[in-house]
Design a protein around this ligand. Sequence first.
Ligand SMILES: Nc1ncnc2c1ncn2[C@@H]1O[C@H](COP(=O)(O)OP(=O)(O)OP(=O)(O)O)[C@@H](O)[C@H]1O
Ligand SMILES: [Mg+2]
Length: 1109
Amino acid sequence: MAKMEVKTSLLDDMIGVGDMVLLEPLNEDSFINNLKKRFDHNEVYTYIGSVVISINPYRSLPIYTPEKVEEYRNRNFYELSPHIFALSDEAYRSLRDQDKDQCILITGESGAGKTEASKLVMSYVAAVCGKGAEVNQVKEQLLQSNPVLEAFGNAKTVRNDNSSRFGKYMDIEFDFKGDPLGGVISNYLLEKSRVVKQPRGERNFHIFYQILSGASEEFLCKLKLERDFSRYNYLGLDSARVNGVDDASNFRTVRNAMQIVGFMDHETQSVFEVVAAVLKLGNIEFKPESRSNGLDESKIKDKNELKEICELTGIDQSVLERAFSFRTVEAKQEKVSTTLNVAQAYYARDALAKNLYSRLFSWLVTRINESIKAQTKVRKKVMGVLDIYGFEIFENADNSFEQFIINYCNEKLQQIFIELTLKEEQEEYIREGIEWTHIEYFNNAIICDLIENNQTGILAMLDEECLRPGTVTDDTFLEKLNQVCATHQHFESRMSKCSRFLNDTSLPHSCFRIQHYAGKVMYQVEGFVDKNNDLLYRDLSQAMWKANHSLIKALFPEGNPAKINLKRPPTAGSQFKASVATLMKNLQTKNPNYIRCIKPNDKKAAHIFNEALVCHQIRYLGLLENVRVRRAGYAFRQPYEPCLERYKMLCKQTWPHWRGPARAGVEVLFNELGIPEEEFSFGRSKIFIRNPRTLFKLEDLRKQRLEDLATLIEKIYRGWKCRTRFLLMKKCQVVIASWYRRYSQQKKYQKIKGSAITVQSYIRGWKARKLLRELKHLKRCNEAATVIAAYWHGTQARRELRRLKDEARNKHAIAVIWAFWLGYKVRREYRKFFRANAGRKIYEFTLQRLMQKYFLEMKNKMPSLSPIDKNWPARPYLFLDSTHKELKRIFHLWRCKKYRDQFTDQQKLIYEEKLEASELFKDKKALYPASVGQPFQGAYLEISENPKYKKLKDAVDEKIIIAEVVNKINRANGKAASRIFLLTKNNVLLADQKSGTIKSEVPLGDVTKVSMSSQNDGFFAVHLKEGSEAASKGDFLLSSDHLIEMATKLYRTTLSQTKQKLNIEISDEFLVQFKQDKVCVKFIQGSQKNGNIPTCKRKNNRLLEVAVP
Ligand SMILES: Nc1ncnc2c1ncn2[C@@H]1O[C@H](COP(=O)(O)OP(=O)(O)OP(=O)(O)O)[C@@H](O)[C@H]1O
Ligand SMILES: [Mg+2]
């Protein structure tokens, strides 16, 4: 059951307390006990508010699986048990959703698990952020940069088998969606002294061992290396192999990672060549050789190694050999060469090896950055992960310059932690409107000042000493420190005169001690000046620059004689100080997330919890103070919504649902529970609980209440279950009973029904048979009656028929006899009258009947109503001949009248004209029949419409009756000329056809006669009154296509105007008056060859002959 429970708060199933803020009572013991209890239960993570304490389990725990990643994904920070994933999720979501740049600060001493933690953070973020081919490549490159840097920058130390010997700060860049775009790595001061010398029980950097173990024979041969570690002076022999570390397989991992990150094959090759060269440098040995001038000189013992190095790196052997034997000092254009003694030669060799390696390391970081840098220029959100070397204290005053630098860096981180935690706490109180109470805590700013103060700081003093002319040794540096820092409360030394430590024998004279926030550390002053100077003889850097090896050349740019720089390079200390300052500035702009790593034991062993060791770390990390600050005033705070959700079951008003603002709900809840008012305070969005006790009380109440609720739920559930079961059973019983009853009733009913049907069928059978019998009897009776009746009716009918036949015969006989008798009687009586009247009467009657018949037949045989229909039925009887003709005439007149009655006035006029024409020309002129069908139009020329005749129209102001083109025959030659012939009410006019000019105008009264032939031609002459004005030119001989119409209209108009009939002469020969002469116009039958047109020819002076076809 417990496993099924879904966690909604870290308070669920808590081992000890998940958040130290809730620790009650709060003291060092309870703090450690809580950690131990949790550690023993495999709970390696514990919170102090939003800070994660991580205890190194030194074994792999099943809490980093993909399922765990899913569990913590998108959950609230306090919702689940403390975990580094919860912090990573919080940081990532805050970056993605609230656009706040984040930094994850991982601190703790060497071996506490910082590097592991940083990798966990990165892998979590990689798992939850965006997916896709491009994004995955970026992720892969970011993750794979770790093995490369670890191989070159990590080493086995007594504290840690994989100790980071450099500081690393990595900015992972995201786009607005939270997809990774790339990253930038900054590295801090590699512990390069390790290259040439390692403390007892420690190893050189992993890569040396990895190459020798993992590279193929062929590759080793190429690098001129041998597999045997003992062949190399730079590799400490005592711990060449580390338990649980497989250098050979790690070498493959590194090479693979380099490939993924984007190293080209030739680059990888160059890198390993440099590594091999460094390794081989350690094997160069020198022997003393005294010169005649008494100066010590050194000589390389065995030049074979040197030769191989030079072959590997492309350096001229003599150049390198000289660089190991001489040192050239250049000052103000003067070059002074001095020889190096054996010790100086070794120093030079080691300096070269250290520089070569550390520069190679920096080059690697730059090269990785090139590969992983974001490809876009869009605004990026940044998550920085800082994994710096942990605070380090060696026993027996073995702490040197490196430890001093490392511890200074940790000091600075502690400071930023203090500043930001306090600041954030304070900001939250202000944000929530809660009163802020100040809390005392140790501020390590004073220690930072001791180290980094620009005037009196240890680093400043060291720099000053290094730059000072004259003899400078580590002792003079210590002296200086003793003078300046003697009174500083965190500085301890035996040398200063008024020292409080004069009698402290645990403090050697060559040492000084600093009270760091994490404890006292005694530093051996030897080597400080040298290491700070970080001197590499110029001869060596120039020799390196001359190498025929692009990588080595690039590593020593100052060796280029063209860029010679006499200025001293910045010291190691000041460089580090500057880079730390930049880092701090960078961190301050980001939202910090802390992981405080704690090392449970010194044995690198699982399950061991060394309380003293942990206690020490807790103290210097100031974790207790951290809790106190967090609890200043209020130990616990939670937004109202989750608080109400968690405790609402403790109060009737809020359970099961609270309708209203969450804050009001929490107020009601707390009042109801009777929690004293001083125990809590209401912030703007959160409830603040002063004492963890109150929270635990709430938790206890909740637990109790949950049990009660569980019981209640169980009770209700059981009741419900039983009730439902009972009801179900009851329902089942009723159903079964009803079904059974139905079944038995059905059976009973069917039995009764069967019996009833049997009885019924018997009775019905009996009844039917009885009825059948009766019916049969009845039918037989009916049939018999019918037969009898039929016979009887037959007899009756036959008898009647006989009677009727007899009767009819008798009647007929009587009628015949009577008729004969009557006839006889009448004939005898009327014989005397018949001869006098009967004949006439019969005649009249017959006539009447015939007439009747005639008219009735005629009625049916009437012809059509068309006046031209010539049909008329034949006469039936001769005696009706005249009647028949008269009837035809009457009918014809009648139908003509009918026909006429349909005419309009205009049609009447036309018919009148046509009638007139018929009277004038029918049977007289051969042209006439052809004209009957032509309608008389009169105005053939549209004088009024045609603009051509405008002049003509203007000259004639009367109504035009005829307007037509005629041919005027020239009397001289019989040729025709076109003229317009106009007939008006009073005049006949001839006009020119083209111009429309009037040629002659004859009043109608002056026209005496019109002559024409009887033939089929259009020639006609208009004779004028002798002596009239118009007659002076003579008569007109004209021809026209519409002769009949023109003559008719001329006739009618003359009649209506002058009341005299115009004489129309139809003759094939007539005279025409031309001036004084009379010419005879004669019409003859023309031959066919002249065509269909009549032709006119002058025959002689007195004869014009017209040939008519
Ligand atoms: N969460 C963990 N689970 C299992 N083992 C761990 C875990 N964290 C650390 N370790 C073990 O502890 C060893 C030391 O851890 P790590 O290298 O992270 O220490 P560090 O704090 O980086 O030390 P340094 O300051 O020397 O670099 C690791 O090699 C690993 O074996
Ligand atoms: Mg580390």
